[in-house]
Ligand binder design. Structure first.
Ligand SMILES: Nc1ncnc2c1ncn2[C@@H]1O[C@H](COP(=O)(O)OP(=O)(O)OP(=O)(O)O)[C@@H](O)[C@H]1O
Ligand SMILES: [Mg+2]
Length: 517
């Protein structure tokens, strides 16, 4: 029997819609209401010669809520009760029906790929990339561009367009700097249908094994945010200590002959790419610019940000000011809507003309947006930023200390999504990289101030490096949060000894004030 399931984003929408109706109508989840309402949308069924109304059981309702698969007519009926468009939330990428499965031989592992809620323009880029993959059979594709310009979004869209031409598609984010061994192991297991669990010893052999699969099957490997494995502030795209082997992987994939493709997104061009590009024709490098005027405007008008008013000239001023950067425009749209009721003219007069918001000062923009968040939303976004990998609402609940934030979790997550500060993936919620950078910088600033003044609050509420996290995540947390924090404190307190004394003082304050003291 064919059953339908929803995508992880769809599941969140279902949860939100149920919560809303539950609160409005003061219902419980096992109330007859859900079944009675759904029955109204079901076609009549035959009972002997008579046509009678169909009914739906509580078990089907529970299967729908938990996403374990229900038949299409019930699926559609429940969506109607919840005011959702079933076609928008059904997971048509991995059909669960056995008959559908036979028709599709595409295997996907998109664990931490964000799901795009909207996507505008980029038709020319998509055409070019489709051509590189399908006609020119490029082995290696590099999508380059500034933070927030839309590399991840474009690669998601491209993946959907080309995935039927591949037997396997796997997506991994490099944002938390996983070791190359992790990526190779995941990929080889996936391409071998989990058959190959004992992998060769050396890294070279592992890469050879991966390339064997690239030859025997059509594999698409997407590595997002590759700048995380490059040295920051180094214009030559040098690999970070311990990550040079990624360079080897790129080189070997580009120079071997196979029927697969490695797609990389990065803010910076990795070292030696130009050299490889000179030697082989099967490499494509595409640098992304901002969105054009028309598509930038859609970020305001065709998303959930509300209504906007402004003259043609004012629209142009705002969009050009942010160079068509979709991430900046999403945040600006949410702010204009919230603060100025969507009045672009006021934004131009009061902010732009005064030069208060420059593109280079994008952090100022994020700061304004952050300051508008309620305490629960702030707590959640800090945790999502620290986690580096997506987290489900259950995992977040374990992290969060405040009782009130736990209570408001789903509501706050949905509000953060509406403000375009977080995204959903199959594994849960995550912060988009440009926003994460801002949140982490802010966390470091605040904790530094707390330690200097011995007024501890955030420092006590957040675990900056979790003992339970994977090794590479812990290393990333140490490198990007703890290390910069320590360096700042040592500098601002005038040396290591002073810092030790200050921390000692904070600990004894705690001991004195704790109830056991
Ligand atoms: N073509 C588009 N249409 C609508 N929204 C877009 C488009 N491209 C990007 N966005 C939105 O802009 C934000 C940033 O996009 P994205 O994460 O793809 O940028 P990025 O270049 O990968 O950034 P980073 O370098 O930080 O990883 C996202 O919230 C995304 O939804
Ligand atoms: Mg990205």
């Amino acid at each position: 029997m064919t059953t339908l399931k929803v995508s992880s984003e769809g599941l969140n929408k279902i949860k939100e819609a149920i919560e809303k109706i539950k609160t409005e109508k003061a219902l419980t989840l096992d109330n007859e209401y859900w079944l009675d309402e759904a029955s109204k949308f079901l076609p009549m069924v035959k009972n002997g010669k008579k046509e009678v109304p169909d009914t739906v059981s509580i078990g089907t309702w529970n299967r729908f809520r938990r996403n374990t698969g229900v038949s299409p007519k019930y699926f559609q009926a429940f969506c109607q009760v919840l005011g959702l468009n079933w076609e928008e939330i059904v997971d048509n990428i991995q059909p669960v029906s056995s008959d559908l499965k036979k028709a599709s031989t595409v295997s996907l592992d998109l664990k931490n790929a964000p799901t795009a809620s909207h996507f505008f323009g980029r038709t020319q880029e998509l055409e070019e990339l489709n051509k590189s993959i399908l006609q020119e059979k490029c082995n290696l594709i590099l999508l380059l561009g500034r933070g927030g310009i839309g590399k991840t979004s474009l690669s998601i869209k491209l993946r959907k367009e080309v995935q039927n031409n591949f037997d396997y598609t796997i997506w991994r984010s490099l944002e938390a700097s996983p070791k190359i061994e992790n990526i190779l192991e995941d990929s080889i297991k996936f391409f071998s249908n989990q058959q190959e669990t004992i992998l060769p010893e050396t890294l070279d052999e592992k890469i050879t094994r991966l390339i064997n699969y690239f030859v025997s099957s059509r594999c698409l490997l997407i590595l997002d945010n590759a700048e995380s494995i490059l040295e920051s502030g180094n214009k030559t795209g040098k690999y970070r200590e311990g990550y040079q082997d990624y360079g080897n992987l790129l080189k070997r994939i580009a120079e071997s002959s196979h029927q697969s493709c490695l797609l990389i997104t990065s803010r910076e061009k990795p070292q030696a790419i130009d050299l490889i590009a000179k030697k082989t024709k099967t490499i494509k490098i595409l640098e992304l610019d901002g969105l054009n005027l028309e598509n930038s405007q859609k970020i305001f008008t065709e998303t959930e940000h509300g209504e906007f008013s402004g003259s043609e000239h004012e629209w142009k001023l705002v969009i050009e000011h942010y160079a068509g950067n979709p991430s900046a425009l999403e945040v600006v749209a949410a702010s204009i809507q919230e603060v100025l009721g969507g009045n672009l003219s006021k934004f131009v007069e009061d902010y732009l003309k005064l030069g208060q918001l420059k593109f280079e000062e994008i952090n100022d923009l994020y700061q304004r947006q952050f300051n508008r968040l309620c305490t629960s939303e702030q707590e959640i976004i800090y945790w999502l930023a620290i986690n580096y990998e997506p987290a489900s609402d259950t995992e977040l609940k374990e992290d969060i200390i405040s009782w009130q934030t736990k209570q408001e979790l789903l509501q706050s997550l949905s509000s953060l999504k509406r403000r375009s500060l977080i995204k959903t993936t199959e594994l849960g919620y995550t912060v988009i990289p440009v926003i994460r950078e801002y949140i982490i910088a802010r966390l470091i600033d605040e904790i530094c101030e707390e330690i200097k003044t011995a007024q501890i609050q955030l420092f006590n509420n957040y675990c900056l490096s979790k003992a339970t996290a994977k090794d590479y995540i812990r290393e990333t947390q140490i490198r990007l949060i703890i290390q910069p924090l320590l360096e700042r404190l040592i500098q601002e307190l005038g040396g290591k000894i002073n810092l030790e004394n200050q921390l000692q003082q904070i600990i004894s304050n705690f001991q004195q004030n704790s109830p056991q003291a």
